[in-house]
Design a protein. Structure first.
Length: 419
């Protein structure tokens, strides 16, 4: 009897799940909106989808998103940029220093330059001298913090309304609304109708009290996607992050592209820092970045090194950060119920995937969250303050199985090593 050779199907590698398609993603977002509306009606926490809440969330998401875009450019070229925090710090100081003297738009330019200067140091260390990327980034963060504190004593301390830890006030860039649409959406949101008012609050927050710099920052997301994925320049840059030896064999100057990417990365981070000191608060404050560079890096990882996912991550972190400013204890209390419901759906999905243990654990956590919700009327203020960082850790842990970083990200490279 003859035997037939049967080809065995390749085993699916862990972490290589299919990328979520756009229709499925939109369906998930729509489902979350419906659940959020249900939770708002049950809890009476109308602030979780108010126009003011969404507008604040957008303003707080911008610097996180800009830092994340900076990390995206660097890591797509193969350079890990832990130094985003330091580049943001330089952006806040340079932006404020130039802004209060020569105007806010000059401050924006100087903020970009400040971040880029920090990026040059990081590029020299990692690309030219092959220093460990993590070590270089951490060293840059410490250097930026110490340098700005030192410079503040000689610049802001003797300036009118300034001090060693704060700059003088900076003129505003101004804000604007979309005539007609803004007021109509705000009125619709205040009616507190199921789902309709929630969607009105979400859209209204995107068109209310906008800074020109916010519009620029939002436009940089599709611009980044187009440049990196639809141009020859972007293809060469991404090839340096995937396989620099192969890129070099095709005539790509890998060093040049890594330098360009890291400097652009620093410019984005510096712009995020300038946004903090010029738009978000109109003064430079010591410690103003508050770890947003690291959260931006987390948003980039959450977005799987893609601009669209990065923007969603920045929006999520910006929203949780905004809870510190608007009705935090009440709104977070309502969000505990939302998380409990989402975990029930998560447990059902895991059970469908025949992951019984994970499903049971998820269901138990959901029950704990529900009991927490019904046992208290408001959460402690400390929980609200910690919410952005807790969400960062949770999101990264839950999305870790579907991540795919550039293959040569963080790997040492020397010119001609493939010969």
């Amino acid at each position: 009897m003859s035997t037939a050779t049967v080809a065995k199907p390749k085993a699916k590698q862990p972490g290589k799940g299919r990328r979520m398609s756009l229709p499925v993603l939109l369906l998930v977002i729509a489902g979350v909106l419906v659940l959020t509306s249900v939770v708002r009606l049950i809890s009476g926490a109308d602030g979780i989808t108010s126009t003011g809440q969404m507008s604040t969330a957008l303003r707080l998401a911008v610097p996180i998103g800009l830092a994340g875009l900076g990390g995206l450019w660097a890591e797509r070229s193969g350079v890990v940029n832990i130094g985003l925090e330091g580049m943001m710090i330089l952006g806040t100081w340079f932006g404020a220093w130039a802004g209060y003297q020569w105007g806010p738009w000059t401050g924006v330019v100087f903020g970009i330059v400040g971040g880029a200067l920090g990026a040059v140091l990081h590029a020299i260390a990692t690309v030219t001298f092959n220093v460990n990327h993590i070590v270089s980034g951490v060293a840059l963060n410490i250097l930026a913090l110490g340098t700005t504190r030192y410079l503040s004593k000689f610049t802001f301390e003797n300036a009118p309304q300034g001090s060693s830890k704060q700059s003088p006030p900076i003129d505003s860039l101004g804000t604007f609304d979309i005539p007609g649409l803004t007021s109509w959406l705000d009125t619709l949101n205040e009616k507190h109708w199921f789902l309709i008012s929630d969607i009105a609050g979400l859209i209204g927050g995107l068109v209310t009290n906008l800074s020109p710099l916010t519009v620029v920052a939002v436009a940089l997301v599709p611009t980044t996607w187009y440049v990196l994925w639809r141009t020859a320049f972007g293809l060469r840059l991404r090839s340096c992050g995937e396989n620099p030896i192969a890129a070099e064999s095709l005539g790509v100057n890998v060093y040049k592209y890594k330098y360009i990417a890291v400097i652009i990365s620093g410019g984005f981070a510096g712009l995020g820092g300038a946004f903090l000191s010029i738009v978000a608060s109109n003064v430079y404050l010591d410690g103003q970045t508050a770890g947003r560079g690291y959260i931006g890096l987390a948003a980039m990882i959450f977005g799987n090194w893609m601009p669209g996912g990065l923007a969603l991550g920045a929006g999520l972190f910006g929203y949780t950060d905004s809870l510190n400013l608007r009705g935090g204890t009440t709104n977070v209390h309502a969000l505990i119920l939302l998380i409990a419901i989402l975990l029930v759906f998560g447990a059902a999905y895991l059970a469908w995937k025949k992951k019984a243990v994970s499903a049971v654990v998820t269901l138990v956590i959901s029950a704990v969250m529900f009991l927490w919700y019904v046992s208290v009327d408001e959460v402690p203020r400390q929980v609200v303050s910690a919410a952005p960082y807790v969400v960062t850790l949770l999101v990264l842990s839950l999305s870790a199985q579907r991540l795919r970083m550039p293959k040569a990200d963080g790997m040492p490279y020397r010119k001609g090593q493939g010969k």
